[in-house]
Design a protein around this ligand. Structure first.
Ligand SMILES: Cc1cc2nc3c(=O)[nH]c(=O)nc-3n(C[C@H](O)[C@H](O)[C@H](O)COP(=O)(O)O)c2cc1C
Length: 186
């Protein structure tokens, strides 16, 4: 796929289905993330791949964390939460692993992880898969982090859902260049 076409037409896949990327494809997608700009070569990111039957266990973790966050959650709410893990053939959890106190400011490390996440989004779409960057309360829940084997200082910046697009994404209104750009003349 032409790189500029991909960049100018990229859109999230709101619904994805099987098949997901094959192992080699997912590895290539992840390798693209390792090319993210990274001040100080800190590699301030980590990636967790959840595919196949592990998704059901991830769903249990999501449901259990919801049950503790919201003790009034109904069985239907818990079931819906559990099902979220099955919405995509592959989920990549993108983690910012910031080195606090480093001379590279935290914000630069976090945006590096964000760039890595976007490389994953773009690489998936370059291989004709659909991808969507999601977060929500689970991203900020310590129990989810613990269940995924993450460290306390780690920050989940996205659950990237990847699969075959199931619907044509809605054409969202995009901002106009002049709304976002000034051409500074001094
Ligand atoms: C850090 C981050 C977290 C996001 N979390 C969610 C989310 O939890 N749920 C959601 O519907 N969209 C979420 N989005 C937005 C979508 O990924 C998507 O960008 C948005 O729907 C606009 O669609 P587009 O990517 O085609 O422009 C998030 C985006 C970012 C950058």
């Amino acid at each position: 796929m032409d790189a500029m076409k991909l960049l100018l037409e990229r859109a999230s896949a709101v619904k994805v289905q099987e098949p997901g990327p094959k192992k080699e494809e997912l590895d290539a997608i992840l390798r693209s993330a390792l090319r993210a700009p990274d001040h100080g070569r800190l590699r301030p990111w980590h990636f967790i791949v959840i595919t196949g039957e592990a998704r059901a266990r991830f769903g249990n973790l999501l449901a259990e964390s919801l049950r503790i966050r919201e003790p009034a959650a109904t069985p239907e709410m818990l079931e819906r939460e559990r099902h979220k893990a099955l919405r995509a053939p592959a989920i990549v959890v993108v983690v910012a692993r910031v080195k606090p106190g480093d001379k590279i400011p935290d914000v630069e490390q976090i945006v590096s992880a964000g760039a890595a996440a976007e490389h994953i989004m773009l690489a998936a779409q370059a291989l004709a898969y659909g991808a969507m960057w999601r977060t929500g309360a689970p991203a900020y829940d310590e129990r989810v982090k613990e269940g995924l084997g993450l460290r306390t200082d780690d920050v989940i910046i996205g659950f990237i859902h990847i699969g075959t697009p199931a619907v044509v994404p809605p054409e969202l209104a995009r901002p106009q260049l002049d709304d976002c750009v000034t051409r500074w003349q001094g």
